[in-house]
Design a protein around this ligand. Sequence first.
Ligand code: NAD
Length: 419
Amino acid sequence: MSKLNLFDMVTARYEKAAKVMNLDVEIQKILGRPMNEIIVNFPVVMDDGKIQIFTGYRVQHNNVLGPFKGGLRYHPQVNIDEVRALAAWMTWKCAIVDLPYGGAKGGIQIDPKQYSLKELEHITRRFTYALGDSIGPDYDIPAPDVNTNPQIMAWILDTYLSTVPPQERLRSIHVVTGKPVEAGGSLGRNKATGQGIVFTIERWAQKKNFDLKKATFFVQGFGNVGSWAARILCQHGSKLLAAQDHTGSIYNKDGIDPEDLQKYVEANGGVKGYKKATEVSHEQFLGTEADIFIPAALESQITKKTAPLIKAKLVAEGANGPTDIEGDEVLFSKGIEIIPDVLCNAGGVCVSYFEWLQNKRSEFWDLDDVDHKLKRRMVDAYDRVDEIAKKFNTDSRTASYIVALQKLEFVYKKRGIFP
Ligand code: NAD
């Protein structure tokens, strides 16, 4: 399925879950569309003194469970349809892990590698300024996503605080999460999504009596999510056999040390050229003989064309939307299990919530505390999804949507529709 209809893919899955659970048709109408869609065009002075106009998006899908929450992506493929899909996924995800948040997502259609650090700072600051009151610490809280990081969050923080009255500044630092720890961030946020993925894999393994110490895996995307998932899974004794990013794919049957690879990627910008592994083709990478595949790059990677190549027992979806609808069908027919994105990668937003709480309460939690709370939330969510899958005799993806939709339906029914 192409990127042009990513929101259609979200809608199709949503409609399937709505049918299986018999969601109230009136509520289905509400949740089928985002509440707000903000598009801003803003000028930035480039290093050469010339002005360039950028387009930024923020889609606020739903806030019936709490403030809008979701990342910001800087990527050439960002478009309104993709942002809509990502925002809806955030609504389901926050409901599944039981956070008092709604869903949103945003981004700018740029390739950040084409800009200097100074230009990126100016782009980020002007984007934040253009969004104005559309974001806010108890209204809509951005976070990192593809190609955005703690530094970018710090610029957003600083710009936002500069636009509010002085007496409100110190009580507004929770306007953004994923900040550097020294600037109000939480311990454990950087690794949170990867850590959450591993907690769900552990739970899966526990339920299947599968020994992770003997497991092999491969990972697509060696950025924040993929590299942390790999590093943490290896701490359990599992072996990383292959990795892929935008620069290429590498393989080593004896295993790749993810800590060492991480250092290499930091220094060289990608996995290509890593000497302790062999370069392989995209097809060879996808066909890696391993137990677990962690897609942690972009959406629509597992399709009718690529899914037949996959031989893993489990696909743990670190990325948002890595499997399209036809890809799902192929995996299902091959008996490959899926931990769906809205459950599997929810660790990031969980620790974002912890950061937000720490900021609001002027607290600073230690890492054990963060990890312990994250584990409980991920395991509880995994078990809820498992229970619903059994109850409705359905697949894990549909079950995870049902967990979210049941909660949203309940709240809408209690609150009613104004007026
Ligand atoms: P990132 O920018 O840190 O890393 C992205 C990785 O994907 C990089 O290694 C990049 O080289 C790779 N990549 C890009 N295009 C590729 C291609 N065509 N083929 C193979 N690899 C490619 O981003 P991230 O934060 O790690 O996000 C990765 C995925 O996880 C996204 O789908 C994102 O929405 C999702 N996610 C991120 C978080 C978070 O906390 N950062 C939380 C939940 C979900």
